[in-house]
Design a protein around this ligand. Structure first.
Ligand SMILES: N=c1ccccoc1=O
Ligand SMILES: [Fe+2]
Length: 298
């Protein structure tokens, strides 16, 4: 049977959200924090309970590669992930499985589409925190295999437009690979939206009296992009991403959102916004494109 993408999710990865959840895998403990976003992830999880799927595929801005797009290619990983900037918030003992056959099919389709690709075969590789946070908040049971895709640095090396071109191709290749695999897959674009942020931390990191958008202009950009999502205007979102990336210092620089909307073939139905909130001043939206409820696969 032909495989399908059953949902696409904008699934931001601030480690603060895992810190505040107090899961047993994370060493630090919090007294509260970022509840509106965490409730948004609860609404997402409830929505995803309605669908059957085999694997999750995530593109993470925090697995940064400099020569092409890499795919995790080892069946499982078990280690400790310490956030390089927030070791006081995120020291997470992860144990995960990888859908290596699906990753290999994706890598082959991407390579045939002319992209520079590589399978990552190092069993001692430390999985990045963006992959871990987005997968944990989407599926804390950790009972589904994942594929993790790196973000290359075309935006920084060349421009946001060069990144767009690569990600449009990678999205199409992802869709074709999933269809060929026969699997039901949820895609996760693991990025924040506007990304100017505070450079000093409160005495109590989860002190929500200190949490707010960094700058009014960032908020206006976030609301513009979210409104297009709600109106089912994915193509216009993608066309705006280079300006959004540059003017809101947005984490769409990673290519993750472009990749996902391309893989979904630019849905024209309204996306479901499960929540929006700031984390150290950055804008974060949890948004679901329920593909299976709109005529199935992309
Ligand atoms: N994108 C992020 C946003 C906010 C806070 C921390 O880490 C992140 O990686
Ligand atoms: Fe990030």
């Amino acid at each position: 049977t032909k495989g399908s993408i059953v949902a696409g999710v904008l699934a931001p990865h601030p480690p603060h959200l895992v810190y505040a959840e107090n899961p047993e895998q994370n060493e630090p403990r919090a007294e509260c924090g970022w509840e509106t976003l965490r409730w948004g992830y609860e609404r997402l999880r409830k929505s995803l309970e309605q669908i059957e799927y085999d694997s999750m595929v995530v593109l993470s801005p925090h697995w940064q590669t400099y020569v092409g797009t890499h795919f995790l290619g080892v069946p499982s990983f078990k280690s400790l992930s310490v956030d390089p900037i927030f070791p006081n918030l995120f020291r997470f003992h992860y144990e995960l499985t990888v859908d290596v056959p699906l990753a290999e099919t994706m890598e082959a389709h991407a390579r045939e589409a002319g992209l520079v690709t590589k399978m990552m075969r190092n069993p001692d590789f430390r999985v990045d925190y963006g992959t871990i946070v987005s997968c944990h908040l989407t599926r804390p049971e950790w009972d589904k295999p994942i594929v993790s895709i790196s973000s290359h640095r075309a935006t920084q090396y060349f421009s946001a437009d060069v990144m767009q071109g690569h990600m449009l191709k990678l999205g199409r290749a992802t869709r074709e690979a999933i269809e060929a695999s026969g699997k039901r897959v949820v895609l996760l674009a693991s990025n924040s939206l506007s990304h100017r942020h505070f450079t000093s931390e409160s005495e109590v990191p989860e002190d929500m009296s200190r949490e707010h958008i960094y700058h009014h202009g960032q908020y206006l950009w976030d609301m513009k992009m979210i409104e297009l999502m709600r109106q089912g205007r994915a193509r216009e979102i993608v066309e705006l991403i280079p300006d959004f990336t540059e003017q809101a210092v947005a984490e769409t620089d990673s290519g993750a959102l472009t990749w996902m909307l391309s893989a979904l073939d630019f849905p024209e139905y309204p996306a479901e916004v499960h929540g929006y909130g700031t984390v150290i001043g950055t804008g974060n939206a949890i948004v679901e494109w329920p593909q299976a409820r709109h005529g199935g696969a992309a």
